[in-house]
Write a protein that binds this ligand. Structure first.
Ligand code: ADP
Length: 385
């Protein structure tokens, strides 16, 4: 689960991490008033669930409140396309107005979950403010990482080592140690999958400050924090992803035209790979889970059909816990409701497979049943060809 920069900064601030003074605005008048409070010269920042806003024109230094208002007017309602949003972009509905800070140096800092070791990993680089992936590929020696032992937690000597590696010294180095310790505490207590400060800066006056902040909460721990659901900005999410969430379906919209309904995340990933290999473009990732009911399958199918980019549907089910006849009933119910005429190719195997295939063949839908994954994937790609 993602939150906005201003919310992430509020959390960091509550852990004693210095952030610039700022105000969130929902209208251009509020932008102007907030700019006045900052003394006129300030930074106006679009709040969307993606980074890369600076390069896309979503972050601007202004000198007067009127200028802030004009820019606010321009930003509100605009769809910002950044290198992290995808071509469809994200609509700006909230703006953060911040004091303009005189920056001397920029760093990269994050704590994230390393799935291989099941531990938090701290990543820091003196090459901040820019694409960390680019730094990682071009000059990996400039990135410092530290795996944090969950039993001992982050130790001050480890935080000091990282601070020194960033080239900090004296009181700024000690401030950085404290900041790292606080960041780790925030990460743990707030159940974060990622906390990223990019850039962390040293101001010209010599203070450390978080100039940007990104927090992703671990979805599996959201139930432990009653306030989290209210922090969500649903306008930043794909409406189909919101519906899928309600039905506990793992759905992610992609850019192609083949709607995919699969059981199991691993099989869903493999299905996307095989479709791609056959020259097809998947419209989504959708995992209905292991023991889905007929209703859940029907809902999944409805979600796929609501995506206007979908020109055909590929169903790939391995019936282990899930019975193939249940899947067939779900598909027939949902497709029948909307008089679906799109081509559907089904690959199914396992429990009650013959019954499932029979139901589909007799359904009157535009459906074909493939013999195996490769054959079925090639068929749907050819049909949409
Ligand atoms: P994004 O990562 O989405 O491009 P950032 O928050 O990192 O957005 O802002 C882009 C750049 O704008 C930062 O790298 C920093 O140099 C500058 N910046 C951001 N906020 C401020 C601020 N309050 N004062 C001065 N400069 C800022």
């Amino acid at each position: 689960m993602n939150i906005h920069e201003y919310q992430a900064k509020e959390i960091l601030s509550s852990y004693g991490i210095p952030i610039p003074r700022g105000r969130v605005a929902l209208t251009s008048d509020q932008v102007e008033r907030a700019a006045k409070m900052m003394g006129g010269r300030c930074v106006v920042k679009a709040q969307i669930y993606a980074g890369g806003r600076g390069k896309a024109g979503g972050v601007k230094l202004v000198h007067y409140p009127e200028q802030a208002m004009e820019y606010g007017k321009e930003l509100f309602g605009r769809t910002l396309v950044t290198n992290q949003t995808g071509p469809e972009g994200l609509k700006v509905r909230r703006i953060l107005v911040e004091e303009a800070v005189e920056i001397a140096r920029e760093f990269y800092l994050s704590i994230t979950l390393d799935r291989e070791t099941s531990r938090y990993i701290l990543i820091a680089s003196a090459e901040g403010g820019m694409d960390i992936e680019e730094v990682a590929s071009k000059s990996p020696e400039k990135i410092h990482t530290l795996q944090i032992d969950p039993f001992t937690g982050l130790r001050p000597y480890q935080a000091r080592k990282i601070s020194l590696a960033l080239g900090l010294s004296g009181s700024v180095c000690e401030d950085c140690v404290e900041l790292l310790m606080n960041l780790y505490r925030a990460c743990q207590e707030k159940d974060c999958a990622l906390v990223e400060i990019n850039p962390l800066v040293v101001t010209k006056a010599g203070w450390l400050m978080a100039m940007d902040a990104k927090i992703t909460f671990d979805d599996n721990a959201v139930y432990r924090h009653r306030e989290y659901p209210d922090m969500m900005d649903y306008s930043q999410l794909d409406p189909l992803e919101i519906t899928a969430g309600k039905y506990d379906l793992a759905y992610i919209k992609l850019t192609g035209s083949i709607g995919c309904l699969v059981n199991g995340a691993g099989l869903a990933m493999a299905t996307l790979d095989v479709l791609k290999e056959c020259g097809g473009e998947p419209a989504n990732f959708l995992d209905v889970g292991g023991g889905a009911t007929r209703e859940k399958v029907a809902e999944a199918f409805r979600i796929i059909l609501q995506d206007h980019d979908v020109k055909g549907v590929f169903v790939n089910i391995f019936g282990g816990i899930m019975r193939c006849d249940v899947i067939a009933h779900g598909i027939i119910e949902a497709a029948g409701e909307v008089n679906c005429t799109l081509p559907i190719v089904v690959r199914m195997d396992g429990s009650k497979v013959e019954e499932g295939k029979r139901l589909l063949r007799e359904s009157g839908l535009n459906v074909q049943v493939g013999d195996n994954l490769g054959d079925a994937a090639a068929r749907i790609v050819k049909m949409l060809g």
